[in-house]
Design a protein around this ligand. Structure first.
Ligand code: ATP
Ligand code: ZN
Length: 206
């Protein structure tokens, strides 16, 4: 006998998108047993498993169809150059990718970036931006805590995710301009599966 197709949705394991993502699934009427440390969380009342991943890995899983759906920030999709079908935009995970510089820096506008060093976890998006603006600057790729790099003289400016600006302020950095606006989105893999329609209707998406 053919077993029913079990779907998978990729969700950030812990971090800023986890709660909103799980709240959404629960709001669709899905129930889950309390989670231990497992990376796979089975849904109790639907043929679906939640895969708990780092947000940066979600595009890989969804693009290859290992996960049928995913909830991730548009910033991550853009950096990974993955353009999946977006089924829903959420009102959580809202943030901006911005250029910021120390308050006492000579860098005040885009053209002041010429010849400077910019630290970022978004080298692809920053490269595209500099190209578009016809600017030459050194990109310093850093995977986290980018905001400390100007103080340590590793960079002259940063290109980082900003939500409220509190982190920037705490490091005496001033946000100058936005490169990308982002929010969390529900995405779909390119692999067709009959069971997908059932999940989407359960979540009120057509
Ligand atoms: P992971 O361990 O999953 O890689 P992370 O440290 O990369 O976690 P978080 O800081 O939890 O990720 O942010 C996840 C997503 O939340 C970001 O990619 C972005 O879409 C969104 N976000 C919203 N506000 C912020 C913010 N102030 N700083 C960073 N990300 C934010
Ligand atoms: Zn991440």
């Amino acid at each position: 006998m053919k077993t029913p197709e079990r779907l998978r949705i990729a969700v950030q394991k812990s971090g800023r998108l986890n709660q909103g993502s799980m709240d959404f699934l629960v709001s669709c009427g899905l129930t889950f047993a309390p989670n231990g440390h497992s990376l796979i969380l089975p849904c109790q009342n639907f043929d679906l498993d939640v895969l708990y991943l780092r947000d940066d890995d979600i595009p890989e899983y969804v693009s290859r169809g290992v996960a049928d759906f995913g909830i991730v920030g548009q910033n991550v999709l853009a950096e990974k150059e993955f353009e999946p079908k977006i089924l829903k935009k959420f009102d959580f995970g809202k943030c901006r990718l911005m250029i910021a510089a120390p308050a006492d820096s000579v860098i005040k506008t885009s053209k002041d970036l010429e010849g400077e060093r910019i630290a970022t976890s978004y080298p692809k998006l920053l490269t595209d931006y500099l190209k578009k603006e016809k600017l030459e600057a050194a990109i310093i790729p850093i995977s986290g805590s980018v905001e400390i790099t100007p103080d340590l003289n590793l960079a002259d400016a940063i290109c980082d995710i900003v939500q409220t600006g509190t982190t920037l302020k705490a490091h005496n950095l001033v946000p100058l301009f936005t490169i990308l606006e982002s929010q969390a989105v529900l995405i779909e893999s390119p692999i067709n599966k009959q069971a997908k329609a059932k999940f989407l209707s359960k979540c009120g998406i057509n």
